[in-house]
Design a protein around this ligand. Structure first.
Ligand SMILES: NC(=O)c1ccc[n+]([C@@H]2O[C@H](COP(=O)([O-])OP(=O)(O)OC[C@H]3O[C@@H](n4cnc5c(N)ncnc54)[C@H](OP(=O)(O)O)[C@@H]3O)[C@@H](O)[C@H]2O)c1
Length: 383
């Protein structure tokens, strides 16, 4: 049976949009996928030159670069470069828009794309506030269009493997959780206009890095078979301020899954995280430790408690589950978009709106309790 390719329009030509576009052009069979196909039919940028350079760079793939397969097999045959995002939304050859702009534009861009009748896959953090997100969800429902936050890690092979272990029950009941994404961005060496520094671009550690401790919290605790609390709340939080621009240098927040356990979540843009551990779920029979980096780990460990000497959990176990070679790790979430759209679904079961809402709500609370300049900012809701 021939598969109708999903036709992507890419919004913006920055770092992550480049990686995403490359992954759309990788041979799906290299990740054992045979039910979906992707092509890129439009690239939109604030400058048409930048859009065309982006396309030319993709076309210039070397033989050993995974996306060269798509270039050779029609993945860019009908692509157009545009000097605005609006032209991508208006292009009848685009089915879905991928949004890779800085956080503060996600709501505006996603709303415009939905209003133009396009499905949307939007980078994390989904929006600047829960209010903005709720407006997008309402619009997707009204227009019957697919909408998903691009939390790529959820779709990685390791995410499913970690969950298999937790669902097996062999670690027992969760007792406490911690997760961290810290990386030294050397903020003092960055220009004021850098998106991690500039409050107008949603700068700071929380909004950029917070989705990662959060994704492991959702996968390991929220999805745990023993969790009954679907609206876990932040019970305490703190942000330290990067004085030059007033954004958060680091954020800490404690989440409570009522009746189950507490989670300690952390981001920091001034120092790197601990290499051997990005997320840790301690349970009553043993612990599960996921290695760094939180956005694309390939290894985790099952670690028995030293005081336990009987039962099946006596040996430390290490499990490797890397992303398939040849893709950057973003192809899996793109496949999810294609499958949902082919089935006529407007929401992903693996990345449901309610779970984006939980995490967006945490960020709202942390920002509002923290002393950063983003406090209280609601973004472009209603505009
Ligand atoms: N999933 C992941 O692993 C991952 C990783 C990194 C980033 N992200 C997310 O992706 C988004 C973009 O991050 P990035 O690292 O790709 O950023 P980036 O390299 O700075 O690229 C952002 C792009 O957005 C466009 N843009 C529109 N208005 C802009 C403005 N006023 N200032 C700067 N750029 C503007 C620009 O493209 P044009 O000039 O072509 O319009 C720019 O190249 C962020 O929300 C971030 O959280 C996700």
């Amino acid at each position: 049976m021939s598969i109708k390719p999903l036709r992507w329009g890419i919004i913006s030509t920055g770092g992550i949009a480049t990686k995403y576009a490359q992954d759309l052009l990788v041979d799906p069979s290299t990740r054992e996928v045979s039910d979906v196909k992707h092509v890129i039919t439009a690239v939109g940028s604030r400058s048409v030159d930048s859009a065309n350079k982006f396309i030319d760079a993709l076309k210039a793939a070397k033989a050993d670069e995974g996306w060269g397969w798509g270039v050779k097999n029609g993945g860019l045959d009908n692509v157009k470069g545009y000097g605005s995002y609006e032209e991508v939304y208006a292009d009848p050859n685009v089915d879905i828009v991928y949004i890779g702009t800085p956080h503060t534009f996600h709501h505006r861009n996603a709303k415009d794309a939905l209003l133009a009748g396009k499905h949307v896959c939007c980078e994390k953090p989904f929006t600047l506030s829960l209010e903005e997100l709720d407006e997008l969800i309402a619009l997707a429902k009204e227009k019957n269009l697919f909408l998903m936050e691009a939390v790529w890690t959820r779709f990685h092979p390791i995410a499913y493997k970690v969950q298999e272990v937790l669902k097996s029950g062999k670690l027992g009941k969760p007792k406490r959780f911690s997760a961290d994404f810290s990386s030294d961005f050397k903020p003092d060496q960055q220009p004021d206009s850098h998106r991690m520094i500039d409050p107008k671009l949603g700068g700071g550690s929380l909004l950029d890095m917070g989705p990662y401790p959060s994704v492991w919290a959702m996968l390991m605790v929220h999805h745990h078979p023993l969790n009954k609390d679907k609206t876990p709340k932040v019970v305490s939080s703190y942000q330290s301020i990067y004085k030059r621009s007033g954004v958060d240098a680091s954020s800490r927040w404690i989440v409570e899954w009522d009746g189950l356990c507490l989670g300690n979540l952390m981001t920091d843009m001034t120092t790197s995280g601990f290499a051997d551990n990005t997320a840790l779920l301690q349970c009553d029979k043993g612990d599960l430790v996921v290695e760094n980096p939180p956005y694309k780990p390939s290894t985790f460990h099952i670690v028995p408690h030293p005081q336990l000497s009987d039962g099946d959990l006596t040996k430390r176990e290490t499990i490797h589950a890397p992303v398939h070679q040849g893709n950057n790790g973003m192809a899996y979430e793109a496949d999810e978009c294609a499958r949902c759209i082919a089935r006529g679904e407007i929401e992903s079961k693996r990345m449901p709106w309610d779970e984006s809402r939980v995490v967006q709500g945490w960020f709202d609370t942390v920002r509002n309790e923290g002393g950063t300049v983003l406090k209280g900012k609601k973004g472009t809701v209603g505009q």
